[in-house]
Write a protein that binds this ligand. Structure first.
Ligand SMILES: [Mg+2]
Length: 245
């Protein structure tokens, strides 16, 4: 992959990309083999993991030193010389945290899993009884109507999750661009992702001549140009790359 002095920099989403999505996000574990493959790649190339999870939690779950880590869909970034929080998100943190608390109490009868992540709140409903999901989502819409009208928040729908964050012009694609600028002009990003917020990453890497790879069953529209069908197939491809490189 090294041609004309260009060098790949590998970026991965976490849930659904490096690990299978678990019924409870807290139950997720990175497989030992995947961790070893990532460590091997990181010895040769820059590696970043960019997730919707909170940065601290992401670092703990991946557990490899020396990588770039980005939490909250790109809002917070750490790694070799980078310590970044997107400024509007930083200012909105207290409001978003407060909103998370009020949503937790307003939605308690549906028992979703509400994860307050400092710069965003996620409402996971994978474990909510199927007959209650419509009611839950209707209640979420009601609760978010006013802050949406006042442009205090932005809302995204992912896989059985509603994500709420400050309305900022910032996403996983911008985080990848920022890290690539830090790494240097010869880096070509290769980005793997599985969900709606990863589309920003796919479009960003396509634009700068990188490689975009969708992970999962091909059941929806994606801007990714390549495809592997599961986190284990991805791990297998990475292992091949590592040993053939
Ligand atoms: Mg994902």
């Amino acid at each position: 992959m090294e041609s004309r002095g260009k060098q790949p920099a590998f970026f991965f989403d976490f849930d659904g990309t490096l690990v299978n999505i678990a019924a409870t996000p807290g139950d997720v574990r990175l497989k030992m083999i995947t961790r070893q493959i990532l460590e091997g790649i990181a010895e040769e190339y820059p590696v970043g993991v960019i997730s919707g999870r909170k940065l601290d939690e992401l670092k703990r779950l991946v557990g490899i030193r020396g990588l770039y880590y980005s939490g909250n869909h790109g809002v917070e970034i750490e790694g070799a010389g980078l310590d970044f929080v997107e400024p509007v998100s930083a200012r909105s943190s207290a409001y978003i945290t407060c909103l998370g608390k009020s949503m937790a109490s307003a939605l308690s009868k549906f028992s979703p899993r509400i994860n307050s992540k400092k710069y965003s709140v996620s409402v996971h409903y994978r474990n909510v009884e199927a007959s209650l999901v419509r009611g839950l989502l209707r209640r979420v819409d009601e609760l978010l109507e006013e802050p949406l009208l006042k442009r205090q928040i932005e809302v995204f729908h992912g896989k059985k999750v509603v994500e709420i964050k400050a309305p900022v012009d910032w996403d996983k694609g911008k985080a990848i661009e920022l890290i690539c600028r830090k790494i240097g002009r010869n880096s070509v990003p290769v980005f793997f992702g599985d969900d709606t917020t990863d589309e920003y990453g796919f479009r960003a890497v396509n634009k700068i001549g990188g490689v975009s790879v969708f992970v999962g069953k091909r059941h929806r529209q994606t801007d990714a140009r390549f495809w592997v069908k599961s986190p284990s197939e991805l791990a297998g491809e990475l292992a091949k790359f590592l040993f053939e490189a």
